[in-house]
Design a protein around this ligand. Sequence first.
Ligand SMILES: Cc1cc2nc3c(=O)[nH]c(=O)nc-3n(C[C@H](O)[C@H](O)[C@H](O)COP(=O)(O)OP(=O)(O)OC[C@H]3O[C@@H](n4cnc5c(N)ncnc54)[C@H](O)[C@@H]3O)c2cc1C
Length: 401
Amino acid sequence: MTDTKVGSKMKVLVVGGGFGGVRAALELAKQTQLEVTLVSERPDFFYYPTMYETATGGSSEQSAVPLEQIFGDDPVRILIGKAEKLDRTKKQLKLKGSTTPIVYDKLVLALGVVTNYFGIPGLAENTYGIKSLDDAERFKRHLHARLIAEDEPDLNYIIVGGGPTGIELAGALGPYLREIMEKHGIRGRAIHIDLVEAMPHLMPRLPRPIGRTIERRLRKLGVRLYLNSKVEGASAEELTVSGKPIRSHTIVWTAGVANNPFFTDKDFKLSGRKKVLVDEFLRAEGDKDIFVIGDNAETPYSGMAQTALYDADFIAHNFACEHENRPKLAYYPKEPAYVTPVGPNWASMLWKDVHIHGRLAHLVRNAADLHAFTEILSVKDAAVQWTSTLDREDLCPVCSK
Ligand SMILES: Cc1cc2nc3c(=O)[nH]c(=O)nc-3n(C[C@H](O)[C@H](O)[C@H](O)COP(=O)(O)OP(=O)(O)OC[C@H]3O[C@@H](n4cnc5c(N)ncnc54)[C@H](O)[C@@H]3O)c2cc1C
């Protein structure tokens, strides 16, 4: 036993109540030699893959699960607060507004990413996002207000970002807007949905046929594509794209993320894209007591929920190996499946060399959501959570009838 303290439990502090942090805390808590504390800045786990549905009339329950529910009777101490200061020498972490440090033997960081506007003027003030329940609710309220108001001059909706989030939202937005108009008896108002992407095609990081299939599907749904088009600025009235204004009061920004600012001033070694450089055991380079997983780590498939879950299992496995004096595994990246829903009952799926699209891929996506819920909840709770993806939720009394 190399690291475990004799006579007392090893204190493992996990920071981040998202995919990586929650899964790591659940798995580590099964090891009786460890005392696990989870710190997160909010009391809920966000299931991001369904956030676009929540933003287009779906329930908020499907995209958020209280940490208390996830951990139930598990021996995990949960602290809600924002991790701010790190003292590596004393092995202490301080939360914002607190003077009492949290002491750790091992620290696991899974803080996720933040929205990046790349300094483009007007974006932060004049665009919507779908990265939290508050974002989704604000967006929903705005959509309602604009559709219902009779004197609104335009119904142009612009989504920026040709990655999965932008594509999913572009596919779901039209049907949702038509649903609201039908419920309110609004007729004769044309809707325009534009999707703007700086690269020459959608899903730029995946093989070309994936983007091509999705482009065809979106065009069929009536979405106008602006490819090779760079956003240069936004105001309350319009978005400037490659020198030309597009009029809109509803711009959604899904095109940029940056690593969590926690890592900037704490001597972490960062890659070119500012992710934390890690060794073969996912430890921050130069510090054997700090593990970095999920979106924060510089690994080949970082940026996917599946990777964050996988990383969490990987480090938990190695904690057990170390305790039992077994050789630890070296990290080997696992290629995720890419399943992107686009409008009702349709998805595109790429898994290794297999590319399918249509209804079958949509069923795969539903099954993948159920599977993901079982990674953090009991089978029974996961099933309940999964069925909440069928619920509709609206704050408007007319729409919720
Ligand atoms: C809209 C959207 C849709 C997505 N869809 C998919 C998909 O379909 N499939 C897929 O594989 N991936 C998807 N992703 C990506 C996926 O959600 C992320 O890769 C995954 O969440 C990463 O997990 P993580 O644990 O690294 O970070 P997160 O899940 O983001 O968790 C980070 C946690 O840390 C907390 N936190 C942050 N800073 C602090 C701090 N200073 N102190 C304390 N707590 C802090 C946050 O509140 C959060 O709880 C999507 C992402 C978004 C935004």
